[in-house]
Design a protein around this ligand. Sequence first.
Ligand code: SAM
Length: 262
Amino acid sequence: MPEFDAYARYYDLLYRDKEYEKEAAFVHDLLTTHAPAAGSLLELGCGTGRHAKLLAEYGYEVCGVDRSAEMLVAARQRHGGHPGLTFVAGDLRELSLQRSFDAVISLFHVMSYQTDNASLNAAFRTAADHLVPGGIFIFDCWYGPGVLTDPPVVRVKRLSDESIDLTRISEPDLHPQQNLVDINFEVLIKEKGGGCHTIQETHTIRYLFAPEVSLFAEQAGMVVERVCEWMTGGELPDQAWYACFVLRKSNADRSDDGLIPA
Ligand SMILES: C[S@@+](CC[C@H](N)C(=O)[O-])C[C@H]1O[C@@H](n2cnc3c(N)ncnc32)[C@H](O)[C@@H]1O
């Protein structure tokens, strides 16, 4: 079973305190700065569709793609029928929608879930292939210098809603030779009406470094236009765990030296 399928039922409870509104506002600001005319967005790894729905409320047409059937069920249940919003099933590494968007976005570490070079290459190519010339690709990811400066530790999260009490234990396993962290999740679910069960999932995350992002971008015909700290937009300190990249697809109307051909 792909990661997130068992987890999906509890995803919005687990992240109910995540600041989706502020994050959507941050992405809207980036779009306003770097692609002010953007009207159409492709979101790679949209999950339960919370950013997509908020960005649709800003007036963007948003197409969200995810490979987890269960995450898409939740997205469609919660936001299906919202104007300007569509959800499509697919693996972002093999996606071919046969249309272009003004911007591609990928939020909450989806690029870090592409753990090998081939997958990252394919993901960046998907973004470029679905962009208009000069369009931008915005994503956030785990940032290598921050993860190595302040390595992940065991965490316990406890949450409740009207029907369940949930405890999630996250045990990280760092693989510094591969730039990977296996996060072993154990989720204990106690039904308030009686009964309990456990879910175990390992999510492998790749922390990224700016030079390799430049390389993957170049290989896909894009350049890094901005790298900043996620959610502040400020300079990226070495200790930052979460980076945000803005890549721009080369403009076919321009020659390699950036000049518009005669
Ligand atoms: C941490 S969740 C983020 C979901 C959503 N962007 C959010 O902010 O809530 C990562 C999502 O990426 C999806 N994902 C990871 N790799 C993928 C791939 N290769 N193709 C499509 N979806 C993928 C997972 O199914 C999951 O829904």
